[in-house]
Design a binder for this molecule. Structure first.
Ligand SMILES: Cc1cc2nc3c(=O)[nH]c(=O)nc-3n(C[C@H](O)[C@H](O)[C@H](O)COP(=O)(O)OP(=O)(O)OC[C@H]3O[C@@H](n4cnc5c(N)ncnc54)[C@H](O)[C@@H]3O)c2cc1C
Length: 287
């Protein structure tokens, strides 16, 4: 097996697209190394992206954020301005493993590993984030919700990699939140998760919302009908009940040892309801 740590994006693309055999991007390695040890992944070339400045930096410009795909979860958590702007994304990142895991794990790896239960992904979808992809044919952007195509699969073509995440500018009175349910308090995989991102007008009425669910389908879902339950309301208890019901109805979960389909549907609704409430409180506090 060959290991390369290019210093530029161009070199990384050249290595990935020119590889004869199986080539894999290596970010934090917290998914990939485990897959290699168990024999599930047997790359002939590893392209470590952590020496590429564009992929390891967080840039803010006029309220827009560009977060490099190889920025670690801990770097994101410790970036106070980012955490203030997008607390829901930070909620998701905080769930990823232990402190040691968060010191290595990246958002790009969380998305590209394409687990339906990835905790970093629903809040990115709810935020309306785009993923910036580069490859031998140049650069392209895609909404995060379209990137994963199923468990373990993505829309990346040969030689392509995720460079960064692009986040829109926040309107005043906006708030987001992500919650997940696991049987254990940490170091576990989500049974169901929900992210809500919303904007209020000056009178406290919700004018825009996006809702995303994780671990209840083959990939994280954007649920416009759940968002519609919030828009035009002040998200009182009856509205939050409706949000829970609509979110539950959008779920297409599997049965497994962590929970039955019925349990996941119920829990996804509860997570959406609670995330909606937290997002409302955060939006009210933000001028
Ligand atoms: C103990 C433990 C607990 C965990 N708990 C959680 C949890 O609670 N929630 C959760 O969601 N996850 C959890 N994980 C999984 C893992 O930590 C995350 O998915 C993490 O974000 C992966 O990031 P990474 O940088 O380590 O990815 P890597 O392992 O480096 O890569 C993962 C995959 O993505 C590909 N890849 C990485 N970056 C790119 C890129 N920029 N472009 C193209 N392809 C890329 C790699 O080739 C590989 O296929 C846990 C892992 C461990 C070991």
């Amino acid at each position: 097996m060959r290991y390369e740590a290019p210093k530029t994006l161009e070199q990384a693309i050249e290595l990935l697209s020119g590889a004869d055999g199986r080539a894999r991007v290596l970010a934090g390695g917290t998914d990939l190394l485990i897959q290699m040890r168990s024999g599930r992944a047997e790359p002939e070339l590893l392209v470590d992206i952590k020496a590429i400045p564009e992929m390891t930096s967080i840039a803010a410009d006029m309220g827009f954020y560009r977060v490099g795909a190889a920025v670690t979860c801990m770097e994101l958590i410790e970036n106070e301005a980012f955490a203030q702007a997008w607390p829901g994304i930070v909620d998701g990142v905080k769930y990823i493993g232990s402190i040691q895991v968060k010191g290595r794990a990246t958002m790009g790896g969380n998305l590209c590993n394409a687990s339906p239960a990835a905790d970093g992904v629903p809040a990115l979808i709810a935020a309306g984030a785009a993923v910036c992809i580069a490859g031998p044919r140049g650069r392209r952007e895609a909404p995060v919700e379209e990137f994963v195509t199923g468990p373990g699969t993505t829309s990346l073509a040969r030689g392509e990699l995720v460079v960064s995440f692009l986040l829109p500018r926040r309107a005043p009175h906006s708030g987001d939140a992500y919650l997940r349910f696991t049987p254990r308090t940490e170091m576990d995989i989500a049974v169901a998760g929900a992210a809500v991102n919303l904007t209020l007008d000056a009178t406290g009425v919700c004018t825009r919302a996006r809702v995303s669910l994780g671990a209840v389908a083959a990939r994280a879902l954007l649920v416009p009908e759940a968002a519609a339950a919030l828009v035009g309301t002040r998200a009182d208890e009856a509205v939050l009940d409706r949000l829970a019901a609509v979110a539950g109805a959008a779920c297409r979960p599997i049965d497994d040892k962590r929970g039955t389909k019925e349990f996941r549907i119920k829990v996804a609704g509860v997570m959406a309801r609670r995330s909606g409430k937290i997002a409302m409180e955060r939006a009210r506090r933000r001028s």
